[in-house]
Design a protein around this ligand. Structure first.
Ligand code: FE2
Ligand code: FE2
Length: 168
């Protein structure tokens, strides 16, 4: 059975993952409002990924005979200044999530919880990818500068993204 400390830490993170989901859905709504449906589509997929992350932790707590808890979180922002601002915010947010995941790993080690330590490796890897994709889009946007044609092109490319549930 999972320790109370580990259980509490994962339950906190479930809340952060669902906050992330709502944040990205709010970003999708904003991007739709500035007529960038492809960028919005990308964020809709990001929403699905975050729900997947939250559920993966939820299922894990239950599998370890713990008590999963659905915690309330603060409201997410509704407005951004530009598409660039959205992706800068998303990147900063993922950096924060990375530090939360790293703290969870510290708890797993302190609790000598080897199963949780292994479980969390998936999220450690996921964060490397999350930060790098957000950073990649920021760089693409910087290269575009004020090019409307370029923005249209990237919007079309990002709109191709589909959600594929990662392998267990
Ligand atoms: Fe996540
Ligand atoms: Fe994420």
């Amino acid at each position: 059975m999972i320790s109370k400390k580990m259980e509490e830490t994962i339950n906190e993170q479930i809340m952060h993952e669902f906050y992330s989901a709502h944040l990205y859905l709010a970003m999708a709504a904003y991007l739709e409002s500035i007529d960038l449906p492809g960028f919005a589509k990308w964020m809709r997929i990001q929403y699905q990924e975050e729900v997947f992350h939250g559920m993966k932790m939820f299922d894990y707590v239950i599998e370890r005979d713990g008590r999963a808890v659905v915690k309330q979180f603060d409201g997410v922002p509704e407005e951004w200044k530009s598409v660039n601002d959205v992706f800068e915010s998303a990147y900063k947010h993922e950096q924060k999530v990375t530090s939360l995941i790293n703290n969870m790993v510290d708890v797993a080690l302190a609790e000598k919880d080897h199963a949780s330590h292994i479980f969390l490796q998936w999220f450690v890897n996921e964060q490397v990818e999350e930060e790098s994709t957000a950073k990649g889009i920021i760089q693409q946007l910087k290269l575009l500068g004020d090019s409307k044609a370029g923005l249209f092109q990237v919007d079309r490319e990002l709109g191709q993204r589909v959600f594929t549930p990662p392998a267990e």
